[in-house]
Design a protein around this ligand. Structure first.
Ligand code: NAD
Length: 295
């Protein structure tokens, strides 16, 4: 099956995702405000349009991969007026649930199908085509989207109604932010108690403290050679992006009346770390902030 796809937002994630669509044989027309992003995508076989609207004209599917909810609503607001009826709109950005639902409503008002389909897997997963997609939308829209998402990802999960993909994404990343700070605290305490990093790792990685933040992304150098701690905390997943996702989960908790005290605490820790100018470090570098809280 093939389709004409428009791709708006060709940055660190969108660029390699669009390149994978080209590799899979789709005709991809793209647009980005940044010239560097446009040129990189052009080199990967994406046809670069003059505007987002030009890219979307005649497309059967429109994918957006943009920084935040306000960008998605602005871009969708103009694209829904040029898209032909029945076009499938796919937003892969990580945005707040409320904006995601507004975007779905915009699409429905113009007789378009839509899904929210945020991803996990980072830039490595985007390049390798191994992203996980968390999809919110009707079963009909999901069925239309699945073969396109398969060209960019390895695991595609239909989470439920419109907005459910974003809900799954922020819940998952709240777990991640909390678990990373918990693992970091344990290593800081171990240091004070004279316990070696390796000894704590050997015990906790095979005990009830085991989790992804410890075994795949260990915040101290040594035990997990591929973790950013061994590469001077270069991301990986930047602390600023973790802060963004933790704020989204706090907004959602506030709006829905859920109690998320540990999520709130993790958000405050990342906010302080970011304010100190560390937003571009990997999020596992939060251990450096925790280590100095008692100084
Ligand atoms: P990025 O900043 O590299 O890319 C965003 C792109 O959108 C930029 O190239 C920018 O020029 C473009 N853009 C902004 N407004 C535009 C507009 N009106 N029209 C056209 N282009 C526009 O960001 P990214 O790392 O690719 O992240 C994109 C989204 O994916 C974010 O929501 C982020 O939270 C999410 N995400 C990122 C990662 C990651 O590891 N980088 C992982 C999962 C999810």
């Amino acid at each position: 099956m093939s389709a004409r796809i428009a791709f708006i937002g060709l940055g660190n994630m969108g660029g390699p995702m669009a390149a994978n669509l080209v590799k899979a044989g789709f005709a991809v027309a793209g647009f980005d405000l940044s010239e560097t992003s446009r040129e990189q995508a052009r080199a990967a076989g994406v046809t670069i349009a003059e505007t987002a609207e030009d890219a979307a004209a005649g497309a059967e599917m429109i994918v957006t991969m943009l920084p935040a909810g306000r960008h998605v609503l602005a871009v969708w607001g103009s694209l829904v007026t040029v898209a032909k009826p029945e076009t499938l709109m796919i937003d892969c950005s990580t945005i707040d649930v409320e904006s995601a639902r507004k975007a779905h409503a915009l699409a429905a008002d113009h007789r378009l199908h839509s899904i929210d389909a945020p991803v996990s897997g980072g830039t490595g997963g985007a390049s390798a085509g191994t992203l996980t997609f968390m999809v919110g939308g009707t079963s009909e829209a999901f069925a239309k989207a699945e073969f396109v998402l398969q060209a960019m990802g390895k695991k595609i999960v239909h989470c439920g109604n419109p907005g459910s993909g974003q809900a799954a994404k922020i819940c998952n990343n709240m777990i991640l932010g909390i678990s990373m700070t918990a693992v970091a605290e344990a290593f800081v305490l171990a240091e004070k108690l004279g316990l070696s990093h390796q000894a704590l790792f050997d015990v906790a990685s095979t005990s009830s403290g085991q989790c992804w933040s410890l075994t795949s992304y260990c915040p101290v150098p040594g035990p997990v050679p591929a973790s950013p701690a061994n590469n001077d905390y270069r991301p990986g997943f930047a602390a600023a992006l973790m802060l963004k996702d933790l704020k989204l989960s706090q907004e959602a908790a506030e709006a829905s009346g859920a109690a998320t005290p540990l999520g709130a605490h993790a958000a405050a820790l990342y906010e302080a770390f970011d304010k100190d100018g560390n937003g571009s470090q990997d999020f596992s570098a939060i251990i450096k902030h925790i280590r100095h809280l008692k100084d």
